[in-house]
Design a protein around this ligand. Structure first.
Ligand code: ZN
Length: 374
């Protein structure tokens, strides 16, 4: 259970130091400072991401991954999904030393160019996989993307990285169907909105019920028009652990991918469902993320020649996120390092790691959505 079982694969890794220079500014958690909020640090800061990349280096794994070069998305690529007004707004705020690009989305000086490189990084990772240069890839990009809407930034996200990469795969690379599987603790509302009427993308989000945004992420949101049935939400109760996540994958996510048969699977990968994360109330741990990765890879082998691209989203505990990331990259590459996650024993012993009856009920409600897939 703890060792990677795959043969060694060529795994691409996308990272650029400039991603860490996106400056979310002076906040306290998610709140702008100002009496009564003492000045402090924004929860979405570089530390979790930098430490994730650093642990890959220190473990020795980074040297065995294929480095994918970042390139900025073009304006035309951004406008494939976003409005001109949104693009211009982020550009103007970025040039004018910042502001909020929408809802809870701090823009710093230079954020616009970094956000272009973030979206372009995920597009490059998709190209590297589709070109056969690598078998699969992880894009450790920033700012994140899964809350961004066509006409505004939201939830720390500027541009909808997964939507833009998916549209690139469909419209430039001529794939017929793709799927997204979002395991960030928050609802992937931006990705859902991007493909809401589009049957070429099966969008799946597994998240903590009404964590953020509070008014979306329900099982009743299934898409509309030609896209009806191709959006699936699996809202899990707060407190869900590895047992609930694995059951949701076995009973809903994997059968959905087997039925839909995408040619590429994009995973908006947030690690804020980890136990000890300040922004979520779930109980995932590194072995849990390893097991979910293994399940995704197995179904990807069955339906799309193993083509998986993960793009980084949330995850706010700087101490623990690197170990989740390492477990995922070990599984993607089939290369086990000799690093042991020192947090695993504590997290695995938490009460409620097994599937609980009320969680089983939530998964059963999501299972009914499988009938929508033709
Ligand atoms: Zn999140």
């Amino acid at each position: 259970m703890t060792s990677a079982t795959n043969k060694s694969l060529k795994t691409g890794f996308m990272y650029h130091e400039i991603y860490m220079w996106h400056n979310t500014g002076n906040y306290a958690g998610i709140m702008p400072y100002g009496n009564p909020v003492q000045p402090g640090e924004h929860v979405e800061n570089p530390e979790t991401k930098r430490r994730f990349r650093n642990l890959l280096e220190v473990s020795g794994l980074l040297a065995k991954l294929e480095s994918i070069q970042a390139r900025p998305a073009t304006e035309a690529e951004i406008l494939r999904h976003h409005t001109r007004e949104h693009l211009d707004n982020i550009k103007a705020l970025s040039a004018a030393h910042g502001g909020d690009g929408g809802i809870f989305s701090p823009v710093g000086r230079g954020t616009y160019d970094i956000a272009l490189l973030s979206a372009g990084g995920v597009i490059s990772a998709v190209d590297a996989v589709l070109n056969g240069e690598v078998d699969n890839a992880y894009a450790l990009v920033r700012p994140p993307g899964h809350h961004a809407l066509a006409d505004m930034a939201m939830g720390f996200c500027m541009f909808a990285n997964a939507v833009l990469a998916g549209l690139h795969a469909l419209e430039v690379r001529a794939l017929k169907r793709i799927a997204t599987v979002d395991w960030d603790v928050h609802h992937g509302n931006g990705t859902q909105a991007g493909f809401w009427e589009d049957p070429r993308a099966l969008t799946i989000s597994i998240h903590q019920d009404r964590c953020f945004p509070a008014d979306s992420g329900f099982t009743t949101e299934i898409g509309t028009g030609a896209g009806e049935g191709y959006n699936m939400n699996i809202p899990l109760p707060p407190g869900s652990g590895v047992g609930a996540y694995e059951a949701a994958f076995d009973r809903v996510v994997i059968p959905a991918l087997q039925a839909y048969k995408p040619e590429l699977i994009i995973v908006p990968s947030g690690f804020d469902a980890g136990a000890h994360d300040p922004m979520g109330r779930m109980q995932m741990h590194s072995e849990g993320y390893r097991n979910l990765t293994r399940k995704i890879m197995k179904v990807a082998d069955e339906v799309c020649d193993g083509r998986v691209v993960m793009c980084h989203e949330g995850g706010y505990n700087p101490a623990t996120v690197p170990f989740y990331g390492l477990a995922v990259l070990e599984e993607l590459s089939g290369i086990k390092t000799d690093v042991t996650d020192p947090f695993l024993e504590i997290m695995a012993a938490l009460g409620g790691q097994d599937l609980q009856p009320h969680q089983d009920e939530a998964i059963r409600a999501a299972e009914a959505l499988l009938a929508n897939l033709k």
